[in-house]
Design a protein around this ligand. Sequence first.
Ligand code: SF4
Length: 311
Amino acid sequence: MDEQPEVLTNDVKAEIVESAKKHLSETLEAQVSKGYFSISELRAYLTCPLYGYFRYGKKLWTESTGAAALVGSSVHFGLARWYSTKKTSREQALEYTRRYFAEESSKVNWENEKIRDPLGEAVKSEAMLIAALDEGDDWEAEAVERSMYGEIRHSKLGNLPVKLKGVPDLYTKSNIVIDHKTSYRAWDKGKEHKDMQATAYAGLIRDNFGKNPEVLFNIITLNSKGPNVDRRSTYRSQENFDQLYMMARGILDMIEKKAFFPNPEAWFHETCEFRGLCVDTNGQNGNAIPTTRKELLRLVPKLAAKSGPKS
Ligand code: SF4
């Protein structure tokens, strides 16, 4: 006969929650001292724990970037100008995109890029910005690229001892938090409902403005058919916030146990700036960072003079 599942009384449930809380407070003693996770930091640890460790744990901040990221940042820069000036000057927004691309282009190692065409990529960034402006909207900015902190809160387990930090692209007076995305291919169906970033932004708005917002992805794509703008809307519930908590909790455990494993399946593995360090440690755990800066620079040539990311 099958064993009957044990029925949990409220007392037993409360005991389990208390014991989980105790366990967490004990294991969290060794957690990161700076007191927050940025959204990009969480994404880095999730994509490749070893990359996250090099970049955020060891603060080996490099100035290198890829062509696609440069195009995306240039479009973001123009859009930030557009919305922060109440959509008054297309020319100025375009100028900001152009200038950003020109100033940051030297950080791309064009030799390593699939498309080694800085001029062509600059034109693409302008085309994407124009497509986004032409699409039109009735968004009125409450906050443009404002740094925000919020709690990482579980419905039963309370708050993590680290906060969440993020910089939403745009938050409107009508309670929509907007994330601009640039891409060379269309988003898969339903992707907006699974995106961790949407949960993080919704949590930040909830803590800073006291409302659960609509999260809208403003996706600007450019492919052989030309530029296109796709807008996807989603909402987040407490269940999603609980999932975010558990994910961040898992990363804190990883930091505490120093279990930073490489992920050669990461999408940026081939062009990763820490490839030299990774190879030198046989991809095991990457803890054997050279003790001299000279040797470090040989392995990570684009290392910035001052270490540590801005967020
Ligand atoms: S080279 Fe690959 S495995 Fe190593 S840190 Fe970078 S992404 Fe991770």
